[in-house]
Ligand binder design. Structure first.
Ligand code: NAP
Length: 260
């Protein structure tokens, strides 16, 4: 349902019907945002997310689109911008893992291209599209931010997930590049590096990581939650750090700290 112009801030979150994206939507809603929820599929998870956001008082617009598809992504940007009259916040969250963990010497081009298109290319071109719209907006309302969800794998090499690591390192550099380009606007650009977060994406490796966490992998010895990543995004989005841009925030229980 398309809404008319209001003074409430609005955010677009990609890949948001479940998992970390949903946690981000809920945290933004608790800060008073209306939300454009993008995902590739509309299913019961999407209906639940819409209902939970409504309980938080947020208005929502669902846009089903594959962010890796250039035309679908352009349509998403246009619909998201029009839904509530403008956008204060873009969260590039949609991401996929490798289909099969395996030897870097066996990585095929088709799978590589798919993963890079979803995780990195979509982030780059959606950021470009929304940044242009934000710059052209003659009457911006409140804090404006672009936050991209990379991973601890922006730093840590997992040799059996090579293309995933490359995509996340690419998000780190793209964040710095857009931060520089937008530094003299009011648009702040950030990256969040989640560690091991309990979602469907990590369900397949839950037992393995439970053991590694128990063995000391993360200083804070537990999985993180989607809500904790969401809180970080919402704090950045509301403009808590106006003299900061291009920074990466680790939501990883201390995983990134080099230690013995
Ligand atoms: P998730 O549970 O798999 O959720 C990701 C969502 O994005 C799914 O609903 C997925 O839909 C959607 N999506 C996938 N491809 C898309 C596309 N082309 N266009 C639009 N939507 C698409 O994953 P998550 O754990 O919440 O991860 C969210 C982000 O955090 C990802 O970028 C991931 O790399 C990153 N991250 C996660 C962790 C972790 O521990 N969970 C750690 C570090 C970083 P389908 O499932 O239907 O494809």
């Amino acid at each position: 349902m398309t809404q008319t112009h209001t003074v409430r801030p609005a955010a677009l979150v990609t890949g948001a019907r479940r998992g970390i994206g949903k946690g981000i939507c809920l945290a933004l809603a608790r800060k008073g945002y209306d939300i454009v929820i993008n995902d590739i599929t509309h299913d019961a998870d999407m209906d639940n997310t819409v209902a939970e956001l409504a309980r938080e008082g947020a208005r929502t617009e669902v846009v089903i689109a594959d962010v890796a598809d250039p035309q679908a992504r352009a349509d998403l940007a246009e619909r998201a911008w029009q839904a509530f009259g403008s956008l204060n916040c873009l969260v590039n969250n949609a991401g996929i893992s490798v289909k099969v963990r395996g030897d870097i010497l066996d990585v095929g081009e088709a799978g590589f291209d798919t993963l890079i298109s979803v995780n990195l290319k979509a982030m780059f071109f959606l950021t470009q599209d929304i940044a242009r719209r934000m710059i052209a907006d003659e009457a911006p309302r409140g804090s404006r931010t672009i936050v991209s969800i990379s991973s601890a794998n922006a730093l840590f090499a997992s040799v059996e997930r090579a293309e995933y690591c490359l995509s996340k390192t690419g998000i780190s550099m793209a964040t710095k590049l857009f931060a520089l380009r937008l530094a003299n606007t009011d648009i702040r650009v950030y990256e969040i590096r989640p560690g091991i977060i309990e979602t469907d994406m990590t369900r397949v490796v839950k037992a393995k990581y439970d053991q590694r966490i128990a063995d000391g992998l993360t200083p804070i010895q537990r999985f993180g939650t989607a809500d904790e990543v969401g809180l970080a995004v919402a704090t950045l989005a509301e403009g808590a750090f106006p003299f900061s841009t291009g920074d990466a925030l680790h939501i990883d229980g201390g995983l990134h700290i080099p230690h013995f």
